[in-house]
Design a protein around this ligand. Structure first.
Ligand code: ADP
Ligand code: MG
Length: 634
């Protein structure tokens, strides 16, 4: 391994930072301006040059249409997913977007994808680090929110690649925060990470076991943070000033941005002082001043910070833990510098939260610790592995539109699982692998992640091919799916890179919906599976009729089979899966002797494979699900 340093990066919604390990201590690398935080703002200046960070901020006032902020909200998401964000943030999307296309944002007369905008921020951080070390930096660990899905993680990796950084690992933000505090050194611990940033609130419960962190629950609010506090103060200042001046100034972006700057200064002052003066310069040499005490401020913001209580309670409930069972609480995010917020966290978890490190730096510091582990760093950190969980189940669509789950929700990642499938039609030479995410039983109710075909399977009787489908979620949370027909060795694979992402609310809704609909889903699934099985039996029976063995049955036996067949055909169109099952069982019984007689004949094996449970097809007690062919299902 080279001597090149691997840096840790917190690519935040409001602020981004880069850190590295100096000896056994992680430190943040400052920018040329001497500041640790790089505001996640990108602007295009008058000369068509990209400007990042504090320097880009002033364009927010002067040329707002040449400036983008909060781009993290758009990472890995499609046009349909971001409607809410578009209502709340002044993102200007390119108009000529086709459905399903990765969205692009207008910056002046140019357009960029969200990973490209994020890459500008990453490049700035890379430059800061290179200036600091006076050496190139090409490898990084980048943090992402624990709830980020596959597409959002992919987009973050893409941003790194575009910026010329090899992303060695994506680490969940709460896990990084716990690492920064060295909590991994404990034997076991349950850690609550409370992250209140500029525009988002995340609560995560981690479980540490033998040096391994596992995210056992996450919750939060994607529209809650310091911005809400700023807006409360701005509203007060605006109405005061309008009262004084007697004019409407809400449309005057310059004045409003000036007020925003002043209220943020006042808010920050109130985190360390008991009172401050909100001081706004107005046009015409006028000035607005108002004294604010901490008590007044706390009363004002209480409703905002109380909105974090619900998600905290829900996360603890999901983790199955009471406050007394939480061993450590960690403060993350600039807004946790507010004393009233700290007090609330202390009340919620019934213990003093860790606060020695700067809450807006702690994630980047943890990323640096992880980078050091990957670099083979110190003995102490070498052993450590960091594990996270998948928020939703993943699987594929089987015949009839049912979902065969392969990796279950809340599985620890990296994770891999293999399931066996087969064909449903005689001579079927291809299968359509439809990758799904969600908790519902039917494909139509789950989220479609990707589709690909496995082609070139030699024609075989239905049920004979052995199709092995393997799901692998790598350490970055990215899903790789491969399908292989074992008898012929034909294979196909895909890396799932969907252009649409899910919000954490949607994930939550999908889970809740699956609880609500569980009974109906179960019934529908049973009906579909019973019909599939009936279909398979009837096909086998048709073949059996053409076999010499059929002639060996007595006429009474043949009449009986005919009756059972008619009964099954009649009942299989109905919605009652139990009657379909009994009709299948009856026909199975009735054709037992036929199957026995066919054992000796050439096609016997095929019928045997479908009609009865034998070791020939599939493993274990359950016979494999058939998958529809590519042509039929499209
Ligand atoms: P993010 O993770 O969303 O990128 P940060 O963790 O950097 O954001 O938090 C930014 C938020 O923290 C902003 O709303 C900022 O005003 C607020 N903040 C920073 N310092 C303080 C402070 N001393 N007191 C109160 N709020 C603060
Ligand atoms: Mg953050």
């Amino acid at each position: 391994m080279s001597n090149e340093r691997i840096v840790g990066i917190d690519l935040g919604t409001t602020n981004s930072l880069v850190a590295y390990m100096e000896g056994d201590r992680p430190v943040v690398i400052p920018g040329e301006d001497g500041l640790n935080l790089v505001p996640s703002v990108v602007a295009l200046d008058g000369n068509g040059q990209i400007v990042v960070g504090s320097a880009a901020r002033k364009f927010l006032i002067e040329t707002a249409d040449h400036t983008v902020y909060s781009v993290k909200r758009l990472m890995g998401r499609g046009v349909e997913d971001v409607r809410d964000e578009l209502k709340l943030f002044p993102f200007r999307l390119a108009e000529d977007l086709a459905a399903g296309e990765v969205l692009r944002i207008k910056l002046g007369d140019k357009t960029f994808t969200p990973p490209e905008i994020s890459a500008f921020i990453l490049r700035q951080l890379k430059r800061n680090a290179e200036r600091y070390f006076a050496a190139p930096v090409t490898q990084a660990v980048i943090t992402v929110p624990a709830y980020f899905n596959d597409a959002q993680r992919q987009a973050t990796k893409d941003a790194g690649r575009i910026a010329g950084l090899e992303v060695l690992r994506l680490v969940n933000e709460p896990t990084a925060a716990a690492l920064a505090y060295g909590l991994d050194k404990k034997e076991t611990a349950t850690v609550a990470v409370y992250d209140l940033g500029g525009g988002t609130f995340d609560i995560s419960i981690l479980k540490l076991h033998e040096g391994i962190f596992e995210v056992i629950a996450t919750n939060g609010d994607t529209h809650l943070g310091g911005d809400d506090i700023d807006n409360l103060l701005i509203t007060i200042a605006l109405s005061d000033i309008e009262g004084d001046l007697g004019v409407d100034i809400r449309r005057n972006t310059e004045i409003v941005q000036g007020i925003r700057k002043a209220v943020i200064e006042a808010k920050i002052a109130l985190s360390s002082n008991e009172k401050t003066v909100l001081n706004v310069e107005l046009p015409g040499g006028k000035r607005y001043q108002r004294e604010i005490t901490r008590a007044q401020f706390e009363q004002l913001i209480q409703p905002v910070i109380d909105r974090t209580i619900g998600p905290v309670r829900q996360a603890m409930k999901d983790a199955g833990l009471k406050a007394t069972q939480i061993d450590e609480a960690v403060l993350v995010g600039g807004s946790t510098r507010i004393p009233r917020v700290r007090q609330l966290v202390e009340e919620l978890f019934e213990r003093k939260p860790h606060s020695d490190l700067n809450p807006d730096e702690v994630v980047a510091l943890g990323a640096a610790v992880q980078a050091n582990i990957l670099a083979g760093g110190s003995e102490a950190t070498k052993e450590m592995l960091l594990l996270d969980v998948t928020p939703l189940s993943l699987g594929i669509e089987a015949l009839g539109g049912v979902v065969a789950k392969i990796i279950h929700r809340n599985s620890t990642i990296p994770a891999s699982a293999t399931e066996h499938f087969t064909t449903g039609v005689e001579g079927q030479t291809n299968v359509a692998i439809h990758v799904l995410q969600g908790e519902r039983e039917l494909a139509k109710d789950c989220r479609s992640l990707a589709r690909f075909d496995l082609r070139g399977i030699p024609p075989m009787p239905a049920g004979l091919p052995r199709i092995e489908v393997k799901f692998l979620i790598d350490a970055n949370g990215i899903l790789h799916v491969s399908a292989r027909e074992l008898r012929s060795g034909k294979e196909a694979e895909i890396e799932v890179q969907p252009s649409y992402g899910l919000t954490d609310e949607q994930v939550e809704n999908m889970i809740l919906e699956s609880f609500d609909k569980a009974e109906e889903d179960f019934r529908q699934r049973q009906v579909i599976e019973a019909r599939n099985e009936a279909e398979t039996m009837l096909t086998a029976l048709e073949k059996g009729r053409k076999n010499v063995a059929w002639e060996q049955l007595s006429s009474q036996e043949r009449t009986n089979v005919g009756k059972l067949e008619t009964a099954l055909r009649a009942v299989m169109q109905e919605e009652d899966y139990q009657s379909i099952r009994s009709a299948i069982d009856a026909l199975n019984q009735g054709t037992m002797r036929l199957a026995e007689l066919m054992m000796d004949s050439a096609v016997g094996a095929a019928l045997k494979g479908q009609n009865m449970d034998t070791a020939d097809v599939g493993e274990g007690p359950e016979s494999p699900h058939p998958i529809a062919s590519a042509e039929i299902e499209r």
